[in-house]
Design a protein around this ligand. Structure first.
Ligand code: Z5A
Length: 212
């Protein structure tokens, strides 16, 4: 996406199994960065507020049935419809904390049996995260947390497959955090890692694209 020395916000993505603590940690990180005076926003995918997002939501809550390829492309479209706003916010200096992104898209769909490379293809060209915080937890332990709800995918055997597919996506932008620790210990580690990346982006690290 070209060289730049302009200060910008960081794109920080949280990934992990259902109940790994993503939503809890995203909220805590938002308060922490705001407290330090940073411009920061919390986003999540799927973004259920758009018309594409509403189709996804109906599918996840079992109110509609869709072919596996079709729902995969809708999840991707839901990210593409936010891409230009994402770029504008980052360039304006706002750090974005994002609860799930393309990695969820590929891990969940390929765990259902879709071809791994086919799953990655529609994500090509989206903005690459500066940091992926992977909240690592054994699926059995995650399942103990409040129990799974009624949404599609919230089943132990399926979550085990998702965990295996996630690990195939790990690259140098990933940091694994042991998410079976208490909330406060996870929070402290997240803060340290994220702050380091926010500073790097303020120094003008160029934006790049998935999966280049
Ligand atoms: N999906 C997909 O297929 N393709 C895509 O492209 C995308 C998503 C983007 C909806 O996701 C589904 O869409 C998801 C993947 C698929 N399906 N699944 N599974 P979602 O983000 O809307 O829903 P979710 O992942 O199921 O979020 P969640 O249930 O909210 O989980 P979480 O955010 O990781 O956890 P949490 O809400 O922070 O915590 C869960 C509970 O654990 C809660 O009671 C906490 O108080 C507790 N907790 C949290 N941390 C701890 C620690 N450290 N110790 C003890 N207890 C804790």
């Amino acid at each position: 996406m070209g060289a730049s020395n302009e200060p910008r916000g960081a794109l920080v993505v949280f990934e992990g199994l259902d109940r790994s603590g993503k939503t809890s940690q995203c909220g805590k990180l938002l308060s922490y960065l705001e407290g330090l005076g940073h411009s920061v926003e919390l986003w999540r995918f799927p973004d259920r507020t758009t018309s594409v997002g509403q189709m996804i939501s109906a599918y996840l809550t079992n109110k509609s049935q869709l072919d596996d390829h079709t729902i995969h492309l809708l999840f991707s479209a839901n990210r593409w419809e936010k891409r230009s706003m994402m770029e504008a916010k980052l360039k304006a200096g706002t750090t974005l904390i994002v609860d799930r992104y393309s990695f969820s898209g590929v891990a969940f769909s390929s765990a259902k049996g879709l071809d791994f490379e086919w799953c990655k293809a529609p994500e090509n060209g989206l903005i690459a995260p500066d940091l992926v915080v992977y909240l690592d937890i054994p699926p059995e332990k995650a399942a103990e947390r409040g129990g799974y709800g009624g949404e599609r995918y919230e089943q132990l055997e399926f979550q085990k497959k998702v965990a295996q597919h996630y690990k195939l996506l790990e690259d140098s932008s990933w940091r694994m955090i042991d998410a079976s620790q208490c909330i406060e210990d996870v929070e402290k580690q997240v803060e340290e890692i994220v702050l380091e990346h926010v500073v790097t982006c303020q120094k003008g690290k160029p934006l790049s694209s998935l999966w280049s």
